[in-house]
Design a protein around this ligand. Structure first.
Ligand code: F6R
Ligand code: ZN
Length: 185
């Protein structure tokens, strides 16, 4: 009989201990054409980290699941809040679950017809992301937004399918969170 120590996540911070872990930082320079205001994006520090993903290094064998935490910094490009790039899964039917751990923000969900909706993300929130649905986290708060995700290894990512971007944007106007319909020209 063997007892194996599993990875451990601190629920309040989303920090993992006891790997095996993989980390990836996404900086403003990696987020070309993601934010609406190109001028404002160019004026930002390209090295600034927008989000870090830390995930358990699991073997992508058939039926396996990945677990990872996204830490999304507070901030804005122009008046648009920091957000993840967002994606459909390459295997479109594959779903995912997000759990809010700390901070406050929004989960943007957009189906293949382009219909968008939002769910508030907060400590303890549970988000069932169905298949055929693109997803993106948006940090509307002043603190780091951390969310844990569980998804099938087989899902993959399709970032290219969203080159037109999401149809709904979240901006700060006169100190308040505002939603904007957005269609790329
Ligand atoms: C995995 C998933 C998350 C995101 C992460 C970063 O399917 O949805 O782990 O990968 O929040 O966002 P993207 O991948 O859009 O840069
Ligand atoms: Zn995903």
């Amino acid at each position: 009989i063997s007892i194996t120590q599993p990875p451990q996540v601190a629920w309040a911070s989303g920090q993992f201990t006891n790997g095996p872990l993989i980390r990836k930082s996404t900086r403003l320079q990696n987020l070309t054409h993601v934010f609406m205001d190109e001028k404002a994006w160019l004026a930002c520090d390209p090295q600034q980290i927008v989000y870090d993903v830390e995930m358990v290094d699991s073997a992508p064998i058939a039926g396996a699941l990945y677990t990872g935490v996204t830490h999304l910094q507070p901030g804005k490009v122009g008046d648009e809040y920091f957000m993840t790039r967002g994606h459909f899964h390459a295997q479109r039917e594959q779903g995912e679950v997000y759990y809010g751990l700390r901070g406050s923000g929004l989960l943007l969900l957009q189906d293949e017809k382009g219909t968008a909706r939002l769910e508030p993300v907060f400590p303890g929130s549970v988000h069932i992301i169905p298949g055929f649905t693109a997803h993106r986290l948006i940090n509307t708060g002043n603190d780091i937004l951390s969310a844990l995700a569980v998804w099938p290894c087989a899902a993959g990512h399709d970032y290219a399918a969203l080159t037109q971007g999401f149809n709904l944007r979240v901006v700060e106007e006169v100190g308040r969170v505002q939603l904007k319909e957005y269609h790329h020209d």
